[in-house]
Design a protein around this ligand. Sequence first.
Ligand code: FES
Length: 417
Amino acid sequence: MRRSEYIALAERLLAHVTDGTTDSAESVKHIPVRNYLEPVRWQREMDQIFRRLPLLLALTCELRETGDYKSIDVVGLPVLMVRGDDGIVRAFIRTCTHRGTLLTEEGKGQCDRFTCPYHGWTFDDRGALVGVAGRHKFGEIRTASRGLVQLPSAERAGMIFVRLTPGAPIDLEQYLEGMMPELESFGLENWHLYRQNELPTSNWKVAHDGYLEGYHFSTLHPNTIAKQVMNNIMTYDAYGPHQRVGFPTYRIHGLREKAQKEWETEEGVSVVRTIFPNVSFAIGLRGGLMSQLLPGPTPQTSRTIQNHIYPRLPANDEERAQTDASVNLFMYAVEKEDNWVCAQIQRGLASGGNQDFVFGKNELGLHRLHESIDYYLSLSSEELFKPSSKQNGSSINGHGNLSQASEPAPSPGTIKD
Ligand code: FES
């Protein structure tokens, strides 16, 4: 986090701690429970949001070298990303163009040729069909038109984004406008993936809601998160559909004893940044967790991929033990606490006991998440695929009505704790 950003955030959080307040919405918000349940709506979310928007599918540190590849299934689409010998990461649908066999299972590896396990057709790292087994018997085909289907992709600031619609434009400068400087400040392109693990979870919105408030810390996480982070005090900033949520840690009290120039950057604050629709960064300058939430295969299910990332790998046993402790804390809190409660909510949803959910004024991040979902569901196909344009400000690559010309959302009000 940049120094100036930290000072401004710490001042806001310190004021809330002093006053017993938090950033808040103007009023509570009611959400129909059917928004979480209806299969038709869920499918529209997949089609209008996940299949249309740029998705963060990999980190640079996962595909650092030429020939590094990653295969991942996203809302039913089997994706392959590979770094070519020109240094560019390209993305493809990894179905063979002969009769559709998947070229690889999910996972990562290193190679510059992908050979289909069925009849042995081979594709290179740019998706070209470069080998047809038994070609003289196969008959006439135009190999140039039977390459893998390419997906739009772009790499910025240590992150690799893919749009799941072939031929769609991809403009990260506009899509991440406002949030990009926040993320660039970490230098993620030089970080390392220390560990990666996967957890099954609930409907993607049930899980995502939990990223965006600290109202639950003391009840759900009394022996993990709440040991360090205060309950129910948040700052909320929106950058188009993306959000930054700040929380005070107990160390924030120490700032009162120091001159501001002696505040150590990040001292007393903890930050979660979300990239719409499905990624959260809970990282600081010394590392942390990037979570990818992948919906499906049913409206009731998703999976979370946890990426434990650090600016440098542990250099000795003591540092390794510290890093492992941090990783284990994240894994425990998410699996045993967050995902446990998500499963409980999912059971509650299925029971029909609620007609609506109510988001408190203190849960402003949830208001904005669901407003963003509604916004993207309201767009026509033409609006979804309009090329980026600074003039019209309504492109999917910009933030449309949500962006307010890329400024963070208007300052939230405050409420007493
Ligand atoms: S399906 Fe791939 S080579 Fe036949």
